[in-house]
Design a binder for this molecule. Structure first.
Ligand code: CP3
Length: 354
């Protein structure tokens, strides 16, 4: 089918309708980390690519793993297969993944370290295969499936660039922001600028929605949350909205707690993704009042399954049924999840009439 024929046939996609503020009888559904190690077909394609980063930079194979969960479960959205740490790599950081342990990066702790980063324009040299993946997906996805692009939020990306790895409490990043605020702010500004360019290119390549993952927002409190989670999100969203009006943005300030309240209005986000440290009833009352929310089933149910999964899924759907809602997990699905439990979750959501 030609692109024009496909566009003419395109129904109003459910995810886009929810993001525009519509309450749907059955909430649209997708899942964080839906392409991942819990799927045997993902593990096979990753083995074919060689390793995780080679998979991220191989447009055909990255598009293939993006499509796998769509074929298996018919999710309403596909999320581009890539990683938030490709941006630091594109800015010049060394990046590698240690099997069973997670990412490792070269570290930044001072102004010369920030100054040594590559200019923003240079990121596309590294990231252009990602834009190719988006282009392939825009052509290959079923007409009803929404394509979501993404990037890490500056604070979360900075925590990895400073510590060189994931840290339980983000202590190295907190130490830098308190001990050398000018260095920290310079790094945040560089990441913010690169993120705007990266997401803009994803949109130009065909991403219909973008999501900003601030996985470590929960360790920012009070003033620091405003300054390093809320403000960069507002800057990125304002720049994207100016360049690409009409492209919805989902913000995920994970574990923000009370920081979720008013976050959409303060940043311009069209939807706030909710983790499972807050109840769906609380989030409906305090966050969904401002518009669309996404979430928030605990990903542990994808491991344990059974009647508890069914009940928890129904509880999330019911809690959010009076407003716009995209069903999702509260965080990414884990490698030990059972693909059958994912099928049970999807079936439960789709058989309920909210
Ligand atoms: O959601 C998706 O399916 C799209 C792809 C995606 C990945 N990472 C693939 C991935 C997305 C959106 C991410 C985001 C990401 N990456 C975040 C933010 C969201 C979150 O989970 O909080 C963060 C913090 C990262 C950084 C990162 N990448 C870590 C800490 C790890 C290791 C964690 C682990 O479970 O081992 C990764 C690796 C990674 N990113 C994998 C996948 C599928 C597993 C790598 C593999 O196949 O070996």
């Amino acid at each position: 089918m030609t692109a024009a024929a496909k566009a003419a046939k395109r129904p109003e996609k459910t995810i886009l309708r929810a993001l525009a503020g519509e309450r749907l009888t059955t909430p649209p559904i997708w899942m964080m980390r839906q392409a991942g190690r819990y799927l045997p077909e993902y593990r096979a394609t990753r083995a074919q690519a060689g390793d995780f980063l080679s998979l991220c930079y191989n447009p055909e194979l990255a598009a293939e793993v993006t499509l796998q969960p769509i074929r298996r479960y018919g999710f309403d959205a596909a999320i581009l297969f890539a990683d938030i740490l490709l941006v630091p790599q594109a800015l010049g950081a060394d990046l590698w993944f240690v099997t069973g342990e997670g990412p490792r990066l070269s570290t930044i702790s001072d102004q010369p370290g920030v100054d040594a980063l590559k200019p923003t324009d240079a990121i596309h040299d590294t990231l252009s295969p990602v834009y190719e993946t988006v282009k392939l997906l825009a052509r290959e996805l079923p007409v009803e499936t929404t394509l979501i692009g993404f990037a890490g939020a500056p604070w979360t990306v900075a925590t990895y660039m400073i510590a060189g790895r994931g840290t339980p409490d983000q202590a190295p990043a907190h130490a830098l922001r308190e001990g050398a605020p000018e260095v920290f702010d310079a790094l945040m500004a560089r990441i913010t600028e690169a993120t705007i360019e990266y997401l803009s290119m994803q949109i130009e390549a065909g991403a219909e929605v973008v999501k900003i993952f601030d996985s470590w927002a929960g360790s920012l409190k009070g003033e620091a949350f405003q300054r390093y989670a809320l403000k960069p999100a507002r800057e990125i969203i304002a720049a994207l909205k100016a360049r690409h009006p009409g492209i919805p943005v989902i913000a995920f300030p994970r574990e923000a707690g009370d920081g979720y309240i008013g976050f959409a209005n303060a940043t311009g986000a069209d939807c706030v993704a909710i983790d499972n440290s807050v109840s769906p009833e609380w989030a409906a009352k305090h966050v969904q009042v401002d518009g669309c929310v996404q979430g928030n089933l605990a990903s542990s149910h994808m491991v344990s399954g059974g009647q508890a999964l069914v009940e928890a899924t129904e509880r999330v759907v019911r809690a959010f049924r009076s407003g716009p809602h995209i069903f999702n997990l509260g965080h990414g699905i884990t490698p030990d999840a059972d693909p059958e439990n994912v099928a049970l979750m999807v079936e439960t959501v789709r058989s309920l009439r909210a």
